[in-house]
Design a protein around this ligand. Structure first.
Ligand code: NAP
Length: 547
């Protein structure tokens, strides 16, 4: 909108680059934020580093990339026509289909005109006297905005290995999270994959089919459940679409953003046969969800002995699939199940029966260097044509830390978060008025179906801005006490589970030197939504609103 004096607190539109809001990132979160803000009549500029929209689904173009939440639940719910007209083709849509979907959304709602591609935001500096954010980009542009909204993604700052020589390698190097937009041919080549998380597990079987030789460098074995992907049954799609409102409501009120039958018993309260029958059903049922194995019993995520029953069931399946007992043993995880991100795979364990695939245990013989011709471990030198880094992300805070964000008094967000992120509801930070983080640290985010969390956060922020406007409020800022209490609660909720007991990116331990805290809120998206709604209903309790 053209802002006017009748709408107190907003820009007067007199300066060329004065706008109401900057949104950083054009993934699912950024595009929906743009849609909502535009709906309120705000002038918005979205900046996106990629040369297309799509965020995660733009960057992760590696073979095998697909979401591991069912297509019918992993899409926008905000527009009833959109959700009816889009036809999904698979239970778990592959990256190209997801990218087509998000491009369709961008076109359908005419979003592109406010998205500037190939532009990275480098700094966001709060000007206290004007109560505006000065946003600088890597193209040297500076805009002034009332609101700065970081839709920068939870898993968007790729992490490399911490050994010397990466730049010396003369072959081709790829990171799964920054994959080229063209087809990469691995036929007949000697390929290394480093990392066996969700990305490695997806890319390994497909590269193994093409490559001459594939060597997989595994540091920690993962529990990989069969994805059970299949073409979507049109009847299932019709059924969900016919009752989408009810389905969405159930997902929003659930723990993980995917409604599941409520577990009533602990794993050790039933007989071994009953327990294993449940695990087997999940393992074999092609309609299982990512979280099915976690939600059958009340205590899988809170009791080590209960957890071990699921863990052992999976280890036994690995031993059945993998023919070489020594390889099977290496692939069998020893730690807790499910508190490091559960992984879905297609033919993952079967791939290690192929004659052209070798598994190297880099927990026993760590990587020491990347060389001109390959890599070295403490025990062996390897030669490769290609190295694929499936080594993950500086999760939750990496993309925010990459921007020089300075709030009141020039205080730096990086400095404020030096001992771990401190936020109010993962949405806002004291000292940083009118800056919002979509699915920021301290919100359920990565511990949920991201679409449910994204829409909840975006709607909350848009509604808050609308209320601010109607009440003539210029700034909304989290209060220090509220963010301290919330951050404490996030940690305490984590401590009631097994999550902190395991090294994982959920607790930051994958990045050397990163503070070990719980980066996401395990209280569930349903309870979290209630809390956020309550805060809004109580006149934004925990926020200071300034007129
Ligand atoms: P990740 O889960 O962090 O896995 C990284 C892998 O690289 C781990 O196996 C890790 O070993 C290994 N690694 C890291 N640094 C290493 C080093 N210096 N030496 C040897 N190994 C090293 O990353 P990701 O697989 O990219 O997945 C990240 C998250 O993105 C997932 O958990 C998921 O939330 C999301 N994702 C989702 C999908 C999907 O929806 N299907 C697909 C891909 C990613 P350690 O375990 O020992 O650290």
């Amino acid at each position: 909108m053209t802002t006017t004096a009748e709408q107190p607190g907003f820009s007067t539109g007199q300066q060329a680059r004065e706008i109401d809001a900057v949104v950083v990132g054009a993934g699912f979160a950024g595009l929906y934020m743009l849609y909502r803000l535009r709906g309120l009549g705000l002038s918005v500029q979205v900046y996106e580093a990629g040369d297309g929209v799509g965020g995660t689904w733009y960057w992760n173009r590696y073979p095998g990339a697909r979401v591991d939440v069912k297509s019918m639940y992993y899409n926008y719910s905000f527009d009833p026509e959109l959700e009816q007209e889009w036809e999904w083709t698979e239970k778990l849509p592959p990256q190209p289909e997801l990218l087509r979907y998000i491009n369709h959304v961008a076109d359908r709602f005419d979003l592109r005109k406010d998205v500037q591609l190939r532009t990275r935001v480098t700094a966001a500096i709060y000007d206290e006297s004007a109560a505006r954010w000065q946003i600088t980009t890597d193209r040297g542009e500076v805009v002034s905005a009332r609101f700065a909204i970081m839709a920068t993604g939870c898993l968007s700052a790729p992490k490399m290995v911490e050994v010397p020589g990466i730049d010396t390698f003369r072959g081709r190097s790829f990171h799964t999270g920054n994959w080229p937009g063209r087809e990469v041919d691995f036929s007949g080549r000697r390929v290394a994959v480093i990392g066996t998380g969700s990305s490695g597990v997806q890319v390994i079987p497909l590269v193994a089919e093409a490559a001459g030789e594939l060597t997989v460098f595994q540091r920690t074995a993962n529990y990989v459940l069969p994805a059970g992907n299949h073409a979507l049954d049109p009847e299932f799609q019709r059924d969900i679409k016919s009752r989408y409102r009810e389905v969405r409501k159930a997902n929003r009120e659930s723990s993980f953003g995917i409604a599941r039958p409520e577990a009533t018993k602990g794993a050790l309260e039933v007989s071994e046969d009953q327990r294993n029958a449940f695990y087997r059903k999940v393992w074999e049922d092609k309609d299982s969800e990512l979280v099915s194995m976690l939600t059958g019993f009340t205590d899988t995520l809170t009791d080590e002995a209960a957890n071990e029953t699921a863990a052992q069931f999976i280890r036994d399946r690995i031993a059945e699939i993998v023919k070489d007992p020594a390889v099977a043993e290496l692939l069998q995880p020893t730690g807790l199940f499910g508190v490091k991100r559960p992984v879905l795979g297609t033919d993952y364990y079967e791939t290690f029966n192929r004659p052209n695939v070798r598994l190297v245990d880099v927990s026993a013989t760590p990587l020491t260097a990347i060389t001109e011709s390959g890599l070295e471990t403490t025990q062996e030198s390897f030669e490769f044509d290609d190295i694929i880094y499936a080594t993950g992300y500086d999760a939750m805070t990496g993309a925010l830390d990459a921007v020089d964000i300075r709030g009141r008094g020039g205080a730096s967000l990086r400095t404020k978060w030096a001992d771990g992120p401190v936020t109010y509801l993962g949405l806002a930070v004291a000292g940083f008025p009118n800056l919002f983080t979509i699915t920021g640290p301290g919100s359920p985010a990565v511990l949920s179906n991201m679409m449910v969390s994204i829409e909840q956060h975006v709607d909350w922020v848009a509604d808050a801005i609308e209320v601010m406007r109607s009440k003539g409020v210029t700034t909304m800022e989290a209060e220090g006490a509220a963010e301290q209490a919330w951050t404490r609660h996030v940690g305490e909720a984590g401590d009631m589970t097994l999550y902190p007991k395991v090294d994982s990116w959920y607790v930051g331990s994958n990045v050397p030197g990163k503070p070990r805290v719980m980066y996401a809120y395990i209280g569930g998206v349903g309870a979290f939504r209630e809390k956020c709604d309550q805060v809004a209903a109580d006149d934004y309790e925990g926020f200071t609103l300034t007129r």
